[in-house]
Design a protein around this ligand. Structure first.
Ligand SMILES: Nc1ncnc2c1ncn2[C@@H]1O[C@H](COP(=O)(O)OP(=O)(O)O)[C@@H](O)[C@H]1O
Ligand SMILES: [Mg+2]
Length: 254
């Protein structure tokens, strides 16, 4: 990888040992150093927003600090500090569902306390559905994964998109992570130590993150109903299953 790296990134990483990470699922390449992480990915809306979002979130939430962000041809490189602690999908948390759920609820509440004044991105349904339309028009297909939500009810992504446009729920604006799942959250000493993967963050409906949180929690705990109930107890809210389902279905188009 080193040959193709932009000069400034190379200055920081040359002669340093690293391990290649395989957790990312978005086509990004991740190189972990002892105290830094390099995320390299093809230029797209989300990588551009991620750099800007990280800048805006400094001092607002625990997020990595940017060491160096560079663009080179059609590639974007983000060299950032390594977040302390372990991902919430680490065995340490999976084996302690009570703590895991507590941390997930804590993370959501932290997001909701961010003052959205001046937030650089809006990720409301107007924007998401427009993006989804572009993706569907571009030939997006349902994932191969047999767990794909909506596969049984909707013949095609076009049909799902139409349904989503016709069933828009009312939105309650908060600061949203946008891809709130266990591998994108870190904790240390029983508290959230960092949020990463912020390319889809911005203002959005409160149920966007809750829905993906529920999906990720179910996926990682084998659909443990107790965990989901506990999550809503911790949040002090009742689950709105229509909205949860809506946002999980919407995510099938991303
Ligand atoms: N700043 C960071 N500190 C520690 N680990 C990180 C950091 N950035 C990324 N990682 C690791 O790399 C994985 C993938 O990075 P992420 O930004 O989530 O990319 P993707 O969009 O591919 O999911 C994360 O789940 C995490 O394990
Ligand atoms: Mg991620």
């Amino acid at each position: 990888m080193k040959r193709t790296l932009p000069e400034r990134i190379r200055e920081y990483t040359e002669h340093r040992e690293y391990r290649k990470d395989t957790i990312g699922r978005s086509g990004s390449e991740i190189f972990c150093f002892s105290d830094m992480v390099l995320k390299a990915e093809r230029e797209k809306n989300e990588s551009r927003s991620e750099h800007e979002m990280l800048r805006w979130l400094q001092g607002r939430l625990p997020v990595p600090e940017i060491i160096c962000a560079e663009k080179n041809g059609d590639m974007r490189y983000l060299l950032m500090t390594k977040v302390r602690g372990k991902m919430l999908c680490d065995e340490q948390y999976l084996s302690n569902p009570r703590l895991l759920v507590h941390l997930l609820a804590e993370g959501l509440k932290m997001l909701w306390t961010v003052d959205i004044n001046g937030c650089p991105f809006k990720r409301h349904l107007d924007y998401k559905l427009e993006q989804a339309s572009l993706r569907v028009a571009g030939g997006l297909e349902f994932d191969e994964d047999p767990d794909t939500y909506g596969r049984e009810e909707f013949e095609s992504p076009e049909e799902l998109l139409l349904w989503l446009k016709e069933h828009r729920p009312e939105e309650e604006t908060v600061f949203s992570h946008g891809d709130y799942c266990l591998p994108n959250l870190f904790a240390e000493d029983n508290t959230i130590s960092g949020f990463i993967d912020l390319g889809r963050a911005g203002t959005a409906d409160i149920w966007q993150d809750i829905a993906l949180c529920v999906r990720s929690l179910e996926y990682n705990t084998g659909k443990n109903e107790g965990c989901v109930n506990l999550l809503f107890e911790e949040l002090g809210m009742a689950p709105d299953w229509d909205k949860i389902r809506y946002y999980i279905l919407l995510d099938e188009l991303f």
